[in-house]
Design a protein around this ligand. Structure first.
Ligand SMILES: O=C1O[C@H]([C@@H](O)CO)C(O)=C1O
Length: 555
């Protein structure tokens, strides 16, 4: 194994992700940030310099478990102090497992501002994937707004509440088109045909292929809000990997991907090579007000990339066709031989009710009536050094009142802000039931993709309505549940997860929709923190740990 060194500088830049100039958070002058490519077993060493003039920054390595390096998880207020303007911080961690991952900002809403990039881990030298392919493409999906993230943050925390609305544009590898369309030829839309020379920041990356080969497409979603559906016209896709774990292969015509998820799909270039084909990405789960993102699959030896495909882009499944989404999601199952969940029945079960609430007239999300507010001192430090005033010491509830009606508008008059932690006994098995419910508006319940830091979990099942301990656990899949770091909870439904608390550290578990996390939709788990050796001081130079270091010096 090797150490892979990267030297990065984060700064704001003018950029035109969707052909409209705006401001993005870039790394080394690039948007999206540079791709990290390593092999399983390597050490990744990123020396990150914050060149922002008035904001801190951190970077989270999404899907990397950080065994033994919980201070490198890159979560502000949880695993570290933010890196101040002008300062440099070194992230150093092992990438244990091959797979498709990404990295992104995890402070305020910096991910939405464009702070993200791909992280791809190849199998170790001499190892083989359980499938064959001849070529590879990597697509990082995101959504883009013309309003600045600072203004969005302000709106979300204002009274009256100002929602960010639907994105202006969907981006593929940071490229989309707002004021023109690649498919204007076919529609009677008012948008004009895009005329690209190819060097524009918003020009689509064309997937150039040759006939009769198998390609691996790695797809990751870093969206702020949108759930997505991807298809390649005329080409079937076979799913083989999710969040760094191999799947029981299955073929589809279109696939869903939620924020925080990654997949690898294989497709075979077995179609007429004298045509081009659409690659399209559309919004689902929320009433779309954003046109589909488009690029092309081009058999480049036989067809010019500028030849329009013979028919208009494929029509996506209807945004609220949840039956379609559930069918897809339930096909995602682990490949035989993947680790199986411990079958224990005597373990901790935490049921997390997802509701939208008013607190003092502010619109928030709350979990079991508590809307997460992060403390000034990172939990990793305050737990390690027993700084009892650093956060709420009341354990957050492991359930919600049994008479709560999840089908009715939220009635949570007692919702509060909180910063409590679920303390997990080291090495225990934990079951989480994500319980969705009606939001503030009548007959409304939204999709939430939940992401766990520091672990993968088994997705034991999905169900409708309120979870019932007696009946629903009988339906758990203990044979081949997918092992992942992100799972969706469908509107008015529940999702059951299981993980083993075997990674010393403090770990966020939260809705990966950026404005929802900003509105409090997350919880914090901690396990085995006292087993950790020395936590590097530079991780904890703020808040009460920062003061503690000062006092120790002066003594
Ligand atoms: O958190 C959210 O707030 C809005 C809406 O519920 C209130 O404007 C919305 O669609 C969300 O997902």
């Amino acid at each position: 194994s090797k150490t892979r060194h990267f030297k990065w500088e984060v700064e704001y830049m003018y950029w035109s992700p969707d052909c409209v100039e705006g401001v993005v958070l870039g790394i080394n002058g690039q948007f999206p940030g540079p791709t990290i490519r390593a092999r399983a077993g390597d050490i990744v060493n990123v020396e990150l310099k914050n060149k922002l003039t008035t904001e801190g920054v951190v970077i989270h390595w999404h899907g990397i478990r950080q065994q033994g390096t919980p201070w490198a998880d890159g979560t502000a207020s949880i695993s570290q102090c933010v890196i101040n303007p002008g300062e440099t911080f070194v992230y150093r961690f092992k990438v244990e497992r091959a797979g498709t991952y990404f990295y992104h900002g995890h402070y305020g809403m910096q991910r939405s501002a464009g702070l993200y990039g791909s992280l791809i881990v190849d199998v170790a030298k001499g190892e083989k994937e359980p499938f064959h392919y001849d070529g590879e493409f990597d697509i990082l999906l995101s959504d883009w707004w013309h309003e600045s993230v600072h203004e969005q943050e302000l709106g979300l925390s204002s009274k009256p509440f100002r929602w960010i609305g639907e994105p202006q544009t969907l981006l593929m590898n940071g490229r989309g088109q707002y004021n023109c369309s690649l498919a204007a030829h076919y529609s009677n839309s008012s948008s004009s045909q895009c005329m690209f020379r190819g060097n524009e920041q918003c020009a689509p990356q064309i997937l150039r292929v040759i006939p009769n080969k198998i390609y691996r497409l790695r797809v990751t979603s870093s969206t702020s809000l949108a759930s997505l559906n991807l298809q390649i016209s005329n080409h079937k896709m076979v799913l083989v990997e999710a969040d760094g774990n191999y799947l029981q292969p299955f073929a589809v015509d279109d696939m869903d991907i939620y924020s925080g998820e990654s997949y690898s799909v294989l497709f075979t270039t077995d179609q007429n090579p004298s045509n081009n084909y659409w690659v399209s990405v559309s919004v689902r789960g929320r009433k779309p007000n954003t046109t589909q993102a488009l690029t092309m699959l081009n058999y480049h030896n036989t067809t010019s990339a500028s030849k329009p495909p013979p028919s208009p882009p494929p029509v996506a499944p209807l945004w609220n066709n949840y039956t379609h989404s559930k069918l897809f999601t339930k096909k995602v199952l682990a490949l035989m031989g993947n680790p199986n969940p411990p079958p224990t029945t005597h373990h901790r079960r935490i049921i997390l009710l997802n509701t939208q609430n008013y607190i003092d007239g502010y619109t928030k999300w709350a979990i079991n009536n508590i809307s997460l507010v992060l403390p000034a001192t990172p939990y990793l430090g305050s737990i390690k050094y027993n700084l009892n005033n650093a956060f709420d010491h009341k354990t957050p509830p492991a359930n919600f009142p049994s008479n709560y009606d999840v089908m009715k508008q939220a009635q949570n008059p007692n919702s509060t802000y909180g910063s409590g932690v679920y303390m997990l006994s080291f090495n225990t098995t934990v079951d989480i039931i994500l319980q969705n419910a009606n939001a503030l508006a009548v007959n409304t319940s939204e999709i939430h993709p939940w992401h766990l830091h520091g672990h993968d979990f088994w997705v034991l099942g999905y169900g409708e309505g309120k979870f019932s301990n007696e009946n629903d656990e009988k339906s758990f899949n203990l044979k081949n549940p997918p092992y992942r770091n992100t799972a969706v909870v469908f509107p008015f439904g529940w999702t059951a997860l299981r993980f083993v608390a075997n990674n010393p550290g403090v770990w966020a578990f939260h809705c990966h929709i950026e404005p929802h996390l900003h509105m409090g939709m997350g919880v914090v788990f901690a396990e085995g923190v006292r087993r950790l050796g020395k936590i590097p001081n530079e991780v904890l130079t703020c808040g009460l740990t920062g003061k503690m270091f000062l006092n120790n010096k002066n003594d």
